[in-house]
Design a protein. Structure first.
Length: 159
């Protein structure tokens, strides 16, 4: 579903298996069921999955209909690096755990039930404070619309 994430942005098969097992244990402990999809496990090409990365469970990415929905799993202390989108508008809902959200250099910690609307062009990152699960509802995800502050990610910061 997200074929623009290159293999060099993904952990090794062993790291992926371990990350999925750990996430699965936590999700089971929360009493939740993830959609029956192939999860996307990424470290953004920075080869430090425990610190920088996440697991994406994509539910739908309807480009023609104009919507996307996915679950984002972060381990304790794991960060999705600072980025923005020129097309995508997002809304995040914290399902479980706590998340430190940094939006345009303003930090806030959010917990279950909290909602954050992310306007197009807004720089943001998020970090698990303990294990955390977010639901993202947004305009469709597409390659070339992910602009990271860290230029080592993708091609000069663009994925």
């Amino acid at each position: 579903m997200h074929d623009w994430w290159q293999d060099n942005q993904r952990p090794t098969d062993e790291e992926c298996a371990q990350a999925l097992a750990e996430a699965g244990e936590q999700i089971d402990a929360w009493g939740l069921t993830m959609p029956q999809v192939e999860p996307l496990i990424i470290h953004f090409g920075l080869n430090d999955f425990r610190r920088i990365g996440l697991i994406i469970y994509s539910i739908v990415n309807e480009t023609e209909a104009g919507y996307c929905g996915k679950f984002l799993f972060l381990s304790d202390g794991q960060t999705c690096p600072c980025h923005q989108h020129k097309m995508k508008h997002e809304t995040f809902y914290i399902v479980q755990g706590r998340v430190k959200m940094v939006v345009d250099d303003r930090e806030q910690t959010m917990g279950p039930g909290d909602v954050l609307v992310m306007d197009t062009g807004t720089r943001h990152s998020f970090t698990g404070v303990g294990n955390a699960l977010l639901l993202e509802v947004s305009l469709p995800s597409s390659g070339g619309d992910n602009f990271f502050d860290d230029k080592r990610i993708g091609k000069e910061g663009v994925v």
